[in-house]
Design a protein around this ligand. Structure first.
Ligand code: CP
Length: 310
């Protein structure tokens, strides 16, 4: 296997196989795969908060028979100034084979000074990449539409700060889908719009097969933007009324956590069109497939086409 750091570094064939394997896990018995990664050890290294990603990785690891260690950056030797590199080396010396890393810095992987025996899985870094979330989203789309080919996916909201948007767009184009973005001007991103064109909000809602609403990342906002958020639901949120603009088959997604009443009306979260709970459930299956892949198990050898380098 290799590391999983970005969608760009994964072959399209690998992505398709990961989704197929995840679908297989979705239909399997909870105990069916407990032997697959027995004896391997996963370390969740979260330098930013998480509920979905961390918990689903832990559940996924255990369903494959892995041991999972407890690690809390706030009470680890990180607080005494130990570097990420030294932390990884230390864990590797204890036999950790997979580190699942969430980190605030875009360049966290680029600045690691050497090679590791252990596999790294990116659980979100800065505003750059969240590859397993993108895989979760694509599995959810496939379960609804059978294929991603030809789907128009409208990604709406805080695109500028969104690693979920960047990882989605990186793969959607290669998988034959048509990503577009929308939302307020303050969240627009010229680089993203080179690949996913900007479409005014209500037009985007009419065009979309998938409406992916993004969380306003208040922790990454400058103070002077906060006041503009007051009227967000009214201007750029998905209300029940706006659902009427959607095609009959269109679905609503959100990576979570949701700011209730800001990106989404309360009623939209639980609406028939919402796939938010399904996305969360798929988190376990996708992360099982990813853990198996990085350890070189489960899928056939050619699938491991990007092994090695960080
Ligand atoms: N979607 C997502 O990454 O959620 P968490 O921050 O709760 O892991």
């Amino acid at each position: 296997g290799g590391h999983v750091i970005t969608i760009d570094a994964l072959g399209t064939g690998t992505i398709e196989r990961l989704l197929e394997r995840a679908e297989q896990f979705a239909h399997s018995d909870r105990d069916e795969f407990r032997h697959v990664l027995r004896g391997n050890v996963m370390a969740p290294l979260f330098y930013e908060p998480s509920t979905r990603t961390r918990c689903s990785f832990e559940i996924a690891a255990r369903r494959l028979g892995m041991d999972v260690i407890y690690f809390d950056a706030d009470v680890s030797s990180v607080t005494k100034g130990e570097s990420l590199w030294d932390t990884l080396q230390t864990l590797e010396a204890m036999g950790v084979n997979v580190a699942v890393l969430r980190h605030p810095r875009n360049d966290v992987y680029a600045t690691l000074p050497g090679k590791l025996e252990m596999r790294l899985v990116n659980a979100g870094n800065g505003t750059l990449a969240h590859p397993t979330q993108a895989l979760v989203d694509w599995l959810t789309m496939r379960q609804t539409f059978g294929t991603l080919y030809g789907l128009t996916v409208a990604i709406v909201g805080d695109v500028r700060h969104s690693r979920v948007a960047r990882s989605n767009i990186a793969g959607l184009v290669r998988l034959g889908a048509n990503p577009i973005v929308s939302g307020p001007d303050v969240f627009r991103d010229a680089e993203v719009e080179c690949v996913a064109p900007y479409v005014p909000f209500e037009e985007a809602l009419r065009d979309a097969d998938v409406v992916m609403m993004l969380r306003i990342q208040r922790e990454r906002l400058e103070e002077n933007l906060a006041w503009e958020m007051d009227d967000y639901l009214h201007q750029y949120g998905l209300t029940e009324k706006r659902l009427e603009l959607l095609k009959s088959r269109a679905i609503v997604m959100h990576p979570g956590p949701v700011n209730r009443g800001i990106e989404l009306d309360e009623a939209v979260i639980e609406h028939d069109r919402s796939r938010i709970r399904q996305q969360v459930a798929n988190g376990v299956y996708v992360r099982m497939a990813v853990l198996e892949y990085v350890l070189g198990r489960g899928m056939d050898r050619e699938a491991h086409d990007q092994a090695g380098e960080v």
